[in-house]
Design a protein around this ligand. Sequence first.
Ligand SMILES: NC(=O)C1=CN([C@@H]2O[C@H](COP(=O)(O)OP(=O)(O)OC[C@H]3O[C@@H](n4cnc5c(N)ncnc54)[C@H](OP(=O)(O)O)[C@@H]3O)[C@@H](O)[C@H]2O)C=CC1
Ligand SMILES: CC(=O)N[C@@H](CCC(=O)OP(=O)(O)O)C(=O)O
Length: 348
Amino acid sequence: MTSVSIIGGTGYTGSELLRLLANHSKIDEIEHITSRKESGNSILKIHPHLKSMGYDNLCFEDISLDNINSDVVFCATPHGASMSIVPQLYEKGIKVIDLSGDYRFEDISTYEEWYNLKHTGKLNAAYGLPELHRETIKKANLIANPGCFPTGAILSIAPLVEKGIIEERVIFDSKTGVSGAGVEASQTTHYPNVNENLKPYKLTNHRHTPEIEKELNKLVENSKNNMKVSFTPHLAPFTRGILTTAHTYLKEEYLSIAKDEIVEIYEKFYKNEHFVRIYDNDMVSLTGVRGSNFCDIAGFEVDRNGRLIVISAIDNLVKGASGQAIQNMNIIMGFDEKEGINYCGLKP
Ligand SMILES: NC(=O)C1=CN([C@@H]2O[C@H](COP(=O)(O)OP(=O)(O)OC[C@H]3O[C@@H](n4cnc5c(N)ncnc54)[C@H](OP(=O)(O)O)[C@@H]3O)[C@@H](O)[C@H]2O)C=CC1
Ligand SMILES: CC(=O)N[C@@H](CCC(=O)OP(=O)(O)O)C(=O)O
């Protein structure tokens, strides 16, 4: 009997955790699901689409963390909030999967610089990108679930970085759906400001930049932390999904590499990875991954200037958040890694 709790159950990632866990054969119970604003109310008030999925008697609670005794707790809370919740659960010996950025950095000073927050203190967390860190995740009691943009960006070029065939300067250009901003409405996410629009933001200073950079540096042989990542996100008029275009430059000695060889590098690198799909063409799209835990990767073309272009697509709420969190839970609990999350995209 495995029970889980969710802290922050009214948000988009909390909702997505419930949707996916409803069909997870190893989860018998949602012990607690928290909300401060909706405490006492049925979860169907906020998530009516989950009616008849086994949650009809489940209510939000605003409870003390002392009362939580689940095997696994998902913290679907904002950065800054998670670090005041996670330590208490962690110290009780509960396995915690934190969806925020609070435990993604080994180096607290980088976190404090980019998040503009004082950290309450480091814990021993594994960075929860299974394709790169499965063995560490298996042994961890705290998983720092990766950021949505970093998931698509890191997976898109990890094989090239490990192989050492590109220069250590890369540019990621990402288009994201609006659900990435969470449930709280703002001027930025207001319908007239998003509809029929494409809006760049945080042109040079998005907090996901150092997260991408530190993970790519880990893949460089004898790394001197020289990776220079430039990242610019764009808010686009769709609900879910992140399409990332990676612009990389081949090192001089690899300029004549054939596309087939590049595809082979990717197929070899991801040969045991169910949730990464490689397309040796431009058949990558957001509808191909919407609602699914797949990261689709395509492109692999080199232009006349030696620019190698790779494109990745994920659903920000699934592989970019809740699906990946369940993938991590499956790993730490010894379940089949695909359990509860093995769906293809909702195309069209
Ligand atoms: N949306 C996305 O695509 C992605 C989100 N993430 C990360 O996942 C986390 C959750 O994101 P998302 O679901 O979008 O966020 P939302 O803003 O949609 O929801 C946040 C939830 O946290 C609760 N909450 C807020 N502050 C606190 C607090 N101080 N203590 C306890 N509960 C709190 C809220 O409920 P209430 O106020 O009622 O208590 C709400 O249920 C964030 O860290 C986000 O950065 C990661 C990857 C992708
Ligand atoms: C559209 C939008 O606003 N997206 C958010 C993505 C945030 C997110 O998901 O945060 P973490 O992955 O770090 O937890 C942003 O750019 O800040």
